[in-house]
Design a protein around this ligand. Structure first.
Ligand code: BES
Ligand code: MN
Ligand code: ZN
Length: 498
């Protein structure tokens, strides 16, 4: 059962477990001091013994404190409350929930006014979101030994309740979008086939998103030989899903031009005939992390009724070896008319995106296109799991993404593109080949994609390191992080809403 999370006005509870905040130097707030007095100064004594300085995420607990009916009091350091950022506040909420994993019953997390750059209401709302994201588990397929125990209810108490409620409504929409993405990425590939993924995307129509699903026959008619070649070895039909959220105000002089997000949705990537080694191949169930992020983003935007026109396009395929699978050396014709020599069937993500990007810019003439893809192992080697690799043809968009990424805690790091990388994908036999050389694998992959963007401002995010296999963090305890939803929601909110 997911934890029930609530917001309430600041008050010291009589029962259950209580978490209070202490800022730099171990300073308690008004209510914290009141409590300390009531229980005979046990909190300040403990602080002295522990040399507790209120550093972020430092904490201690008093169990069954005398002169009180509380089960426990946890004192949680928050550092310099004035400098707390949005992502710090979320981490604080995740850390607070982590501190009471052993608790049963009700937990109150009392956040005293911090008087910082971030309004107290937003701090409380973000803390609740952090706890919500941390609480997520993927246990649908466990019939026994599911995690039980832990608190039943987690209440964030704040003086700024009205502000917290208002901020929470929007943030919850985005957090729900992150959960949508996590669920899709965690789902095994025998369940989440391309048609099943399309069906789940269709469910967004309940939120007012217009959803179309293109069949193989329709894609064939459009000339998407690049995408279809990848799926041709699978018994699962390939699909392309087009999602539209039209939330921008209409009227004279108002532009309807949408922004567009495109996702790689390889529901399983065996490598195809250029088959991958067995060890770790199960990770390729998450090779649709880009498509999951786009779907989660559309969920978030529609749930919070974003005042923007946004298109989401995802290419869904399964890359399998088979008698009918594509072979190394095959030459396919993409929707753009450009031909591609497929020298390695495991470099399939770019083949899917080539047609998805071309289709998107042809049909929607968007202001910009941002694609997300678990595209290369090389990006993990270069950047690890904290940063997505960013490749951009547009400096403004790159700058905006860098900034919102830092603020939201979903970071990007810009990587190079240039004509030399571009030359590396030339081949005597066709317009291009689908692999570069031994070096700069993530950059040559990006150059390949760029050839299908037709000068629309474009950014490619290689999320192979950030979308899955994620290390446990304060706000994520699961294999799939849901990376990208928060980043892109914030980009839209900060720069592309009217
Ligand atoms: N889906 C993989 C990339 C990947 C690797 C994602 C590890 C997440 C973790 C992609 O389709 C792939 O196989 N890329 C190849 C490209 C190569 C054949 C040029 C790679 O990175 O090895
Ligand atoms: Mn591959
Ligand atoms: Zn792949």
């Amino acid at each position: 059962m997911p934890l029930s999370i609530a917001l309430a006005t600041d008050k010291l509870p009589e029962k259950g477990s209580l978490i209070i905040t202490a800022t730099d130097g171990g300073k308690l707030g008004v209510l914290g001091k009141q409590l300390d007095k009531k229980i005979g100064g046990a909190i300040s004594k403990a602080m002295k013994i522990k040399k507790f300085k209120g550093k972020p995420a430092s904490m201690f607990a008093l169990l069954a404190p005398a002169k009180s009916d509380l089960d426990r009091i946890v004192v949680l350091g928050v550092g310099d409350g004035k400098k707390l950022s949005a992502s710090d506040a979320e981490k604080m909420g995740g850390t607070a929930l982590g501190a009471v994993e052993q608790a049963e019953g009700n937990v109150t997390f009392l956040i005293e006014p911090l008087g910082g750059n971030l309004a107290d209401g937003e701090i409380a709302a973000r803390a609740a979101i952090g706890a919500f994201l941390r609480d997520y588990k993927f246990e649908n397929y466990k019939t026994k030994n599911k995690s039980t125990g832990g608190p039943k209810k987690f209440t964030v108490a704040t003086k700024a309740l009205a502000g917290a409620k208002k901020a929470h409504a929007e943030l919850k929409a985005v957090a729900d979008g992150t959960i949508v993405a996590r669920n899709l990425v965690n789902e095994p590939s025998n369940i989440l086939t391309p048609p099943e993924f399309a069906k789940r995307a269709k469910a967004l129509s309940k939120l007012g998103v217009k959803v179309e699903v293109l069949s193989e026959a329709q894609m064939k008619k459009l000339g998407m030989g690049s995408l279809l070649g990848v799926g041709q070895g699978s018994v699962q039909p390939s699909q392309m899903v087009v999602m539209q959220w039209n939330g921008a105000p209409t009227g004279k002089g108002k532009s309807k031009q949408p922004v567009a997000f495109i996702g790689k949705g390889v529901c399983f990537d065996t490598g195809g005939i250029s088959i991958k080694p067995a060890g770790g191949m199960e990770d390729m169930r998450g090779d649709m992390g880009g498509a999951a992020a786009v779907t989660g983003l559309m969920h978030a935007l529609a749930s919070r009724k974003a005042k923007a026109n946004v298109v989401g396009v995802i290419g869904l395929v399964e890359n399998m070896p088979d008698g009918n699978a594509q072979r190394p050396g095959d030459i396919v014709t993409s929707m753009s008319g450009q031909t591609i020599e497929v020298l390695n069937t495991d470099a399939e993500g770019r083949l899917v995106l080539a047609d998805a990007l071309w289709y998107t810019q042809k049909r929607f003439k968007p202001k910009f296109m941002i694609d997300l893809a678990t595209l290369t192992g090389a990006i993990l080697v270069a950047l690890g799991q904290d940063y997505a690799g960013m490749f951009a043809s547009d400096d403004t968009l790159a700058q905006q993404l860098t900034e919102v990424g830092e603020a939201e805690g979903e970071k990007v790091w810009r990587m190079p593109m240039n004509d030399n990388f571009d030359k590396m994908i030339n081949t005597p036999n066709a317009d291009m080949k689908n692999i570069g050389g031994r070096y700069a694998g993530s950059s040559t992959a990006a150059q390949f994609l760029k050839r299908f963007t037709n000068d629309v401002p474009w950014v490619h995010l290689d999320i192979a390191g950030t979308a899955m296999g994620s290390p446990k963090s304060t706000t994520s305890r699961t294999w799939a992080s849901g990376y990208g939803v928060r980043l892109l929601d914030r980009l839209v909110k900060a720069h592309y809403e009217k």
